[in-house]
Design a protein around this ligand. Structure first.
Ligand code: 5BU
Length: 452
């Protein structure tokens, strides 16, 4: 058989490691990205991989093989076929019906089960999986891993008494690629620094222009918003957090020429009356070419949100071009906002917000998968497939003493690659709202151009 080095180069050609700048689930910027799933699409390589994995240990000591879902399942299958050691399958979630089993296949308590994992990073996902296998009465002593990203996972598991057998480490992979002339000096150094826990510097990432985003979007509300932004040279959304219809309409007329959208909290208008509040507001939106964004922040089950969106006194679906919603109710809770572009709240600007931790990542997945979601509200950079809306912008203050935390337009565009800034009190509390809106419009547009 060929050398392990040759085998790695064959695998590499399938695109399993990419070099560049990648944002990991944890938000950390990594100089490389690993995805071993393509290996399963080449039967010859998968077969060889099974062989190499088996070679790393004396296989007779195991009664069962179990792959961690999903990427390692074909690898474990290949190992099972070659060694004739039976395979069991661990589900990601227990079935909701029938047996509710977490492990499928034939096994008995006390059997020794070899665990197969594609990539090990911090080791935490293995530390969640292994106890689930052990809880079935199986014994797990050894783990085979195709690629070790060398970010502490191996030490963590060995510290808990498991033996970890890795076929390749990222350092080995980088050395092989460097020797083969496929990776430059700068890239190699950056990866070394990253693995040593040092801060790595990337060339500033280019952001997408409004024109590029417009060309890619299908959603009518997103198109309308981007067209208004380009035409009026503004990325400003004024938040009209005022409490009477008179103030709302006056503000809309004053700031109208300078904004891409007017954001409302329609439920704080004391004298709300559909005909006297919404109809003239719609006229002003037409007159000045801006969109209406109702910052409703829905946070219920789909069925209730459907009612809240279309009924009651506000009848939001009949006038809001854009609406905001929490993602807390899950994917289907967002299915019913059919007339508006949906903006998902991915993280919040307030102190101590609970959107930190895993919430942001999970909410982002839902937002990216959902066809009606055109963007997200966030204080962090988000996928460039979504429009990024950033509230908490103020040129004069750093906070409001009630938990709000402010940043500048420059921060929003340069560091977050934001698409739209949302400004409330910076405009409607100022002595001259029209002038203030113009100031934010110019600052936002300048910052956007700088970030291109
Ligand atoms: P301010 O006056 O500029 O602080 O108003 C900000 C507006 O944006 C206000 O209407 C909030 O409800 C809204 N907002 C926010 O400030 N931070 C967030 O994370 C989200 C919304 Br989501």
């Amino acid at each position: 058989m060929e050398s392990k080095k040759q085998f790695f180069l064959e695998c590499y050609k399938l695109g399993i490691i990419k070099f560049g700048q990648f944002t990991l689930k944890s938000g950390i910027e990594s100089p490389f990205y690993v995805d071993l799933r393509p290996l399963a699409s080449d039967p010859k390589i998968l077969k060889k991989l099974g062989h190499y994995l088996l070679e790393m240990l004396s296989i007779e000591q195991f009664d069962l093989i179990c792959g961690v879902p999903y990427a390692a399942l074909p690898m474990a299958t290949a190992m099972s076929l070659e060694s004739e050691i039976p395979l069991i399958i661990k589900r990601k979630e227990a079935k909701a019906y029938g047996t509710k089993k977490l492990i499928e296949g034939i096994y008995a308590k006390g059997q020794n089960c070899l665990i197969v994992e594609d990539v090990i990073t911090s080791g935490t996902s293995l530390l969640e999986t292994i106890p689930e296998i052990e809880n079935e009465g199986l014994i797990a002593t050894d783990i085979v891993v195709v690629l070790d990203r060398e970010q502490g996972g191996r030490q963590l598991l060995e510290g808990k008494g498991y033996r970890v057998h890795t076929l390749f480490t990222i350092s080995e992979a980088v050395a092989i690629l460097k020797e083969a002339g496929m990776l430059g000096e700068v890239e190699v150094l950056r990866i070394k620094d990253f693995l040593a826990g040092k801060e790595v510097k990337f060339e500033a990432k280019k952001r997408k222009s409004y024109e590029a985003k417009l060309a890619k979007t299908e959603h009518p509300s997103a198109k309308k918003l981007l067209e208004a932004a380009i035409e009026k040279k503004t990325n400003l959304i004024a938040s009209a957090d005022v409490i009477t219809t008179k103030e709302l309409l006056e503000l809309a007329d004053q700031v109208g020429p300078h904004i891409a959208a007017l954001k409302t909290h329609i439920d704080i208008i004391n004298d709300f009356d559909f005909d006297k509040t919404i109809l003239p507001l719609r006229d002003l939106a037409g007159k000045h070419n801006f969109l209406l964004m109702e910052d409703r922040k829905f946070a219920d089950i789909g069925s209730t949100q459907e009612l809240q969106y279309s009924y009651g006194v506000y009848k939001i679906s009949s006038w809001a071009d854009l609406i905001t919603t929490q993602v807390i109710g899950g994917y289907h809770s967002l299915d019913f906002f059919l007339n508006s572009g949906v903006i998902a709240i991915l993280s919040m600007s307030s102190q101590g917000t609970l959107t930190e931790g895993g919430y942001f990542e999970e909410a982002t997945k839902v937002a990216l998968d959902h066809p009606s979601v055109i963007g997200g509200v966030s204080q962090k950079p988000i996928s460039e497939d979504l429009l990024l809306f950033t509230p908490g912008v103020n040129l004069a203050d750093s906070g409001d003493g009630k938990g709000q935390q402010y940043n500048t337009p420059e921060h929003a565009f340069k560091n977050l690659h934001s698409d739209f800034i949302i400004v409330g009190r910076g405009i409607y509390k100022s002595d001259n709202a029209e002038q203030a809106a113009l100031r934010y419009k110019v600052a936002g547009w300048e910052a956007y151009l700088q970030s291109l």
